[in-house]
Design a protein around this ligand. Structure first.
Ligand code: SF4
Length: 427
């Protein structure tokens, strides 16, 4: 698709709109352009083009999403066309123009070539279905040690052997898995499911009515769900042979143009063929130069990337908030960094937290032990719930931080936010 077919949005924060190169989305800091790298992988050339585009045509800020996409922020109506042209020139252009999801699949960063081939077949099947909801997601795993646990997929595929794939449909009660069938057959099930979703007007597969969901799995054999495979943690992983895997996450999903340039330079230096985006909002480099990988790990950590599994920022999700998003009224990123520091020991013990600019919960729609939800410059406090759940109280950020600092256990933290005093007001 060419840049002269771009569509400027006519309504801010349009729901159900999949932002792309040619269909940007207005936000608090200008237009947001989402880049969907094929297979969630970037060559060094493509990474540098995104960094250059963010620097020259945006405000230099890049978001890394949980679906392995990149978002360039601060774009203007005047710079959007040149930005789109520069990224199309390196193979990062839009693949459809109906506002539907540009990339349907999510694959683990260490997935092998068989998954790449399957992903291309799934993408082709998806492009043939008009009007797919913007959030449609198909996850592909190969049963290896590291996977995509936690991804909210509509359809899940798991390669069992070279030509047999187990599959699952999302339902209101969680995914229902079906026994492995040959690739051609699973692609037929997938196509039928995607057509049903597109025709329904629902946003997600789990929202389809029970009759439709049972019809889609009617001639399949239900099986127990496979064990979820966790995502690769940040760090330097030596899996033997000559493969050294370097995984770094971005702090709260934010990366700068300079940071992306650094990643591209280190990728070249350690002999990695590409930069693989991960569902933990980070990057994975698979290199062969172990000494160089260690230097890269140090340097990227010094640049602010989350490079160790015990970094407390890894336990706190945060959206861009204010001023980047027009729906936000609180500086979520700065607040999340301070909250992570205060929560350090509790995060090390497994607690999760979320600082959300509003109840939409873009960074983490699911539940966390502690969620701060921005509301007119204050935060609603949600315990063990989603951002749109009923809050326990409303506080200023400093008052919330005082309560966090007073707690030395998860139970004490919950208690601290159940005690009303003069600092809080009923939500
Ligand atoms: S959750 Fe954050 S990024 Fe999403 S709409 Fe609200 S303020 Fe904006």
């Amino acid at each position: 698709m060419s840049a002269d077919r771009r569509v400027l949005p006519d309504a801010p924060n349009r729901r159900g709109w999949c932002p792309s190169l040619l269909r940007p989305m207005p936000t608090g800091d200008g237009l947001l352009v989402r880049v969907h790298p094929p297979l969630g992988r970037l060559t060094g050339l493509q990474a540098r083009a995104v960094a250059q585009g963010a620097r020259h045509f945006g405000n230099g800020h890049i978001d890394v999403t949980a679906r392995a996409n990149l978002q360039i922020r601060g774009v203007t109506p005047e710079t959007q066309g040149p930005l789109a042209a520069s990224l199309e020139a390196v193979g990062l252009g839009d693949v459809r123009d109906d506002g539907s999801v540009q990339r349907l699949t999510l694959t683990a960063p260490l997935a092998g070539p068989a998954i790449a081939i399957l992903a291309e077949a799934v993408e082709a099947a998806g492009r043939a279905v008009a009007g797919l909801p913007a959030k449609t997601l198909v996850t592909l795993e190969d049963g290896s040690r590291f996977g995509l646990a936690g991804a909210e997929a509509d359809v899940m595929l798991r390669l069992v052997d070279p030509d047999r794939i187990a599959w699952a449909l999302a339902t209101p009660d969680g995914p229902v898995w079906f026994a492995a069938v040959p690739t051609a057959q699973v692609l037929r099930h997938l196509t039928e499911s995607l057509h049903a979703l597109a025709a329904s007007g629902a946003r997600r597969m789990r929202d389809l009515d029970a009759d439709t969901l049972s019809r889609l799995g009617a001639d399949s054999t239900a099986i127990p769900p496979p064990l979820p495979a966790p995502a690769l943690e940040p760090g330097l992983h030596d899996f033997g042979g000559d493969r050294l895997v370097l995984a770094v996450d971005t702090a709260f999903g934010r990366c700068s143009a300079d940071g992306l340039d650094s990643l591209a330079a280190w990728s070249d230096a350690i002999g990695a063929p590409d930069l693989r985006l991960s569902p933990t909002r980070g990057f994975v480099l698979v290199g062969t130069d172990s000494e160089g990988a260690r230097r890269a790990w140090d340097a990227l950590g010094a640049q602010g990337f989350v490079h160790a599994a015990d970094d407390p920022r890894g336990g706190v999700a945060a959206c861009p908030g204010a001023p980047a998003c027009a729906s936000g009224t609180t500086p979520t990123l700065g607040d999340a960094a301070r909250l992570a520091e205060a929560l350090g020991p509790l995060i090390a013990a497994g607690l999760t937290a979320h600082v959300s600019g509003c109840a939409k919960g873009c960074a983490h729609p699911g539940a966390a032990a502690l969620t701060l939800v921005g509301h007119h410059g204050h935060y609603d406090i949600v315990l063990d719930g989603r951002p749109d759940a009923l809050p326990a109280m409303r506080l200023t950020f400093e008052a919330a931080l005082d309560r966090v600092r007073s707690a030395d256990s998860a139970a004490a933290l919950a208690q601290a936010f159940r005690t009303t005093d003069t600092m809080s007001s009923p939500a």
